[in-house]
Design a protein around this ligand. Sequence first.
Ligand code: PLP
Length: 391
Amino acid sequence: MAGFPIEPSGRIKTLPPYLFAAIDEMKQKAIARGVDIINLGIGDPDLPTPAPIVEQMRQAVGNPKHHQYPSYEGMLSFRQAVADWYKRRFNVTLNPAYEVLTLIGSKEGIGHVPLAFVDAGDVVLVPSPGYPVYPVGTSFAGGTPYMMPLTKAHHYLPDLRAIPKDVARKAKLMFLNYPNNPTSATAGPDFFKRVVEFASEHRIIVCHDAAYSEIYYDDRRPPSFLEADGAKDVGVEFHSLSKTFNMTGWRIGFAVGNKQVLAGLGKVKSNLDSGAFQAVQEAGITALRHGDTLADGIRAVYQERRDALLPGLKRVGLEVEPLHAAFYVWVTVPKGFTSASFTAHLLEKAGIVTTPGNGFGEAGEGYIRMTLCTPKKRLLEAVSRMEKAGL
Ligand SMILES: *Cc1c(COP(=O)(O)O)cnc(C)c1O
């Protein structure tokens, strides 16, 4: 039998180059040399899922009624728990029957939503730097991402007035993400109000990614996009239990808001997946109904880490953005470095892995991202290594 060249599709071939390949290779080499690596590159909580959630899962997994296909839109009891949590946390009223959709992690919904609304030639407004799923999901659906730069001068909020009229006209959808990955910036109610106005004027569907709304500091609780008047008329909010409850491996999230947008996303889902494992949804109900004190504990850990790392970074002379939410430290690279060269420098001189900012889009050039997903002791060790290396 003759083999033949297996050709990937155009959409795979046109994926942006994997910018972290070089740093991954350097990291592997350093590990092979026996360097004790401090990994400030990963955006994945290092702490375990709280015990009551695990215990609920243990019980639910033994129940045969959870062993069959779930409904694609999620269990009504889970969606009700989401609606109750939104009411309690944000004072936003949601009808669980059609304003809440269970997701297999929020990445799943974010990646799929363009398939429901974007056709070839449609533009999708995407923040840069930003979560790579926004432009990739757009391209997979045949759309064209238009990058909205997030700059320090603009508090890492997109300048909606800078979007050209013809781009706004062709735009079908807009992704936003606050608290933000990778800059940790937050958005206030006034910004969300402007987004609703802009979206209504240009008929753009807003997809707000609120994965980090529960990772905040100093009791400054970030708002929901849906708190803005009229938000439900123009868009949806994506949410996840991944970061709030250290549940990244469980794959459970949800989308809430505009019922037509959710129906469209649901249509895609009902044709591509078969819903989230019901036992995981049961564990999610426990998290949403009884998890407030668990989340308090998780926030306290990050706050302690932040308060250890940030003053240290400033002492070694690095310029860092203030950190009010999420667990990312957005660091300006010192003069004479690029994102890539400073990432390499930290690894070579101090055994510290970070992420080059340009990996999140061109507007991230000139920055690196550090994460707080490492114990405080290691963060302090990282600072002392930087001091010794004379950074
Ligand atoms: C981690 C993260 C998510 C959450 O992904 P899940 O699929 O819910 O685990 C979503 N958006 C951003 C920006 C993230 O960093």
